[in-house]
Design a protein around this ligand. Sequence first.
Ligand SMILES: [Zn+2]
Ligand SMILES: [Zn+2]
Length: 444
Amino acid sequence: MKPLILPLFISFSVAALAQAPISKEVEPVYPDAYALYLDVHQNPELSAHETQTAAKLAARLRTAGYDVTEHVGGTGVVAILTNGTGPTIMLRTELDALPVEEKTGLPYASKVHAKDDAGRDVPVMHACGHDLHMASLIGTAEIMARSKNTWHGTLMLIGQPAEETIGGAEGMIRDGLFTRFPKPDVAVALHVVNEVPAGMVTITPGTFDTNSDSVRITIYGKGGHGARPNATVDPIVIAARTILALQTIVSREVKPGEMAVVTVGYIQAGTKNNIIPDQAEMGLTVRTFNEDVRKQILAAIARITKAEAAAAGVPREPLIDRYESTDSVYNNVALAEHLRAPLEVALGKNRVAIAEPHTASEDFSYFVEQGVPGFYFTLGGADPEKFAQAKATGTLLPSNHSPLFAPDVDPALHTGITAEVAVLRNLLNTSAEELRRLTATPQP
Ligand SMILES: [Zn+2]
Ligand SMILES: [Zn+2]
């Protein structure tokens, strides 16, 4: 029996030794990371307006010893730490918050209001958890700067503006992210979600999320008195019919089993009960995995919208504007499989799982499309107890973008920092040539 027990004992102690350092390293940097979380959470800023947020991040990164450049692609931040020869690895956080009124009731809930780009007064909240990503990146930045004997190469940390409006990544690239600064061998990012308990991470090799298209439809009618509908062409009735007809695209036109979402997220028309307005506007989001299905749905939206308007005898064809688009994020399969091991060592095997692709979207795909292999993984955010209760009762916890979104910060932030350090250290101990060989493996 002895020869069997001995190797087991050795492998356990190696794992224990390998685990101990990162969690121990997190403790001294945690208070500062948590302080940044509280500050940014209480002072959220809308997409492309993240001036204070970016300045806070830049100041901390400078203090930690990074070479920091601000205003890259608007409010973007780039922080570089060089440490001998080795690969260049990028870690990205987003900076922006959402026009959502926080209703979590937390003592540090946001009370902020701001003017949106249309000049409207809107509440602002970090309802997508980008505050947690920033805090995690800062904790990671401080650990990596304090432990330069554990890695070699160039660490590139970026704070990206305007992720929620899909434009920030592209803006940074256009402003020279990969020409003024070294082009990374691998780009890494994480996202916190409430569908996974805090303390865990999940990996999705291959397609991580969906293609996303935002479509604005303006239906033109003929306005008039609410008591004389016969003298008008009512755009509200046309919009109502159009919305119902659009819901038949996924249920009747797309092949069963294909991932497809068509959501009408807003409809705006009219000012008063006895006035028939002359136009109605609605905003849609379209999500797909498959490029052909994407094209099919966008064509169907145009066909149905025009036909419903024509059926009502409109004076002018509707305007259909696809105003924001992003491709799905692709995780290099060999890289995702390679990084599973260091995550399992750092967090424990039962805290790392493989997950299905998500229906959300991200402009991280812009970095990947520049030829940079990407590793985008998921960080659990749900209070483990509430998660278990919800699972038992078949209910869902408030998702990202909800006014009630409230990640369980303490375990999620500890896990985020630990996971990021584990991933970066592994990549920064692999040569650029090895990474090229690994990521060049043919993708399915
Ligand atoms: Zn979001
Ligand atoms: Zn987000």
